[in-house]
Write a protein that binds this ligand. Structure first.
Ligand SMILES: *Cc1c(COP(=O)(O)O)cnc(C)c1O
Length: 434
């Protein structure tokens, strides 16, 4: 099974063994491309293979990424693989409240916050750190709004390579900073925003002996494809009408399109779902470009309560455009208010997610209201991160302490002296038995 690196801009190809992040001629993005011709027309065989692996205890079969290795990174030698059994995340049916809130009768939530470090980033880090090992890297580096760094640090520790992370100053959620410190990253705050930290990291990766693990690295996206593959496997390969995902650096958006095209190529699915990308209003250069029919990307200075998507200059723009065009997708924005209220609804369902994940549910709701998504459509919203990633946002929301947000679903804390009678107020109509 042959794989190579191909320039997105002009199609030049390079051997998979060559150590590249971007095209050496013009700096454009690279795709990892696999020659899947040997699998053409063998969808049924692949289904049986993936089903059989669900009954295996082999570490690669147990991983929700490497279970699909024929489609992920078929060239990798098993001894290089660094896995934590990532993926295997739940696909929840929406309860009646969430159905009412979104206006969707057939809504499912794919909860990527259930990965080992609490975000979908683990799916890209198992492949990214595996690549780092394959090329013999001794140190790895990333700029991060928090989840990338937590994930990279964990996988780097498992692999025995040195993790180095750069944060935008003072803008990272507490759950994420604490994970990176705990796992032992060299953690550095950069005076500037995420986009400034990423520019520095890209420079460092060219000139210092460190391997770059931001999502401009195409090997990460190969792992993130498995969100789609696993979700479709869970649905018995029944394609939904829409997949809705938050967009920051647009790595997921890019990976989703690539996964869907490859699944169709090998015959695991016959048609493509439409991919809707949701951005926070204060960090929405992709949505603005969509409205201009993708004439060009206009970077912006980003601000949103959803720190994981607080990105003004998305690295994977060109690949994400391809996803939206190929799937006849959509891009829209939601306000911080809509994000936090939608998150509260997901939390109240007992599922829970971090603010950025609320964007997908808020976006699905908005697109139903606008008539883009039909109320009868089968929709999968991707929840990208765990509820414990940003505990401060939860506390601030429920105590109505968020600037410019009027929370619609608060659950305030109560205080009592400690007498049984005081509990009666919380149990309307109850009587005390002897
Ligand atoms: C990284 C991240 C995002 C943004 O994903 P992109 O692939 O960069 O668009 C969204 N939500 C969470 C929780 C994240 O960690």
């Amino acid at each position: 099974m042959q794989s190579s690196l191909r320039s997105l801009a002009h199609g030049a190809t390079y051997p998979i063994t060559q150590h590249l992040y971007t095209d050496p001629q013009d700096g454009s993005l690279l795709d990892v491309v696999h020659d899947l011709s040997a699998w053409h027309g063998r969808g049924e065989e692949l289904r049986r293979l993936f089903d059989a692996r669900l009954a295996s205890w082999g570490p690669l079969d147990r991983s929700g990424v490497w279970r699909y290795r024929e489609l992920v990174l078929p060239h990798v030698a098993p001894q290089h693989i660094v896995t934590r059994g990532e993926g295997n995340t739940n696909l929840y049916p929406a309860n009646a409240d969430l159905q009412r809130y979104t206006g969707l009768a057939a809504l499912q939530l794919k909860h990527e916050g259930e990965n080992p470090t609490g975000s979908f980033k683990d799916r890209g880090m198992t492949t990214g750190v595996t690549r780092a090992r394959e090329i013999g890297a001794t140190a790895v580096i990333c700029a991060s709004t928090g989840n990338t760094s937590a994930s990279m640090t964990s996988f780097a520790r498992m692999a025995g390579v040195q993790p180095l992370i750069l944060f935008p100053y003072g803008k990272v959620a507490v759950g994420k900073v604490s994970q990176s410190l705990a796992y032992g990253a060299v953690s550095i705050q950069v005076r500037g925003d995420f986009d400034a930290a990423l520019a520095l990291v890209r420079d460092a990766a060219e000139r210092l002996p460190v391997y770059l693990l931001n999502s401009v690295n195409p090997f990460r996206l190969e792992g993130q494809k498995s969100i789609i593959i696993e979700m479709l496997h869970q649905r018995g390969w029944r394609v939904p009408d829409w997949i809705v995902v938050p967009g920051g650096n647009l790595g997921n958006t890019s990976a989703f399109g690539k996964a869907l095209l490859e699944l169709r190529e090998v015959g695991l699915i016959e048609r493509l779902p439409r991919v809707a990308v949701i951005q926070a209003e204060g960090a929405s250069p992709f949505a603005a470009a969509f409205r201009r029919e993708f004439d060009h990307l206009e970077p912006m200075s980003a601000e949103t309560v959803a720190t994981a998507i607080r990105i003004g200059n998305p690295a994977n723009y060109a690949k994400a455009v391809r996803t939206v065009l190929e799937t006849e997708g959509w891009v829209t924005t939601v306000t911080d208010q809509e994000i936090m209220d939608a998150k509260a609804q997901v939390d109240l369902a007992g599922i829970g997610c971090e603010p950025a994940s609320g964007a997908s549910v808020a976006g699905a709701r908005k697109l139903v209201a606008e008539g883009v998504i039909s109320p009868a459509a089968e929709v999968v919203c991707v929840l990208t991160g765990h509820v414990l990633k940003d505990p401060q946002a939860v506390i601030d929301y429920h105590s109505a302490q968020m600037p410019a947000i009027t929370p619609q679903f608060t659950n305030p804390m109560h205080t009592i002296e400690g007498h049984l009678e005081e509990l009666m107020a919380f149990l309307p109509g109850a009587t005390v038995s002897a």
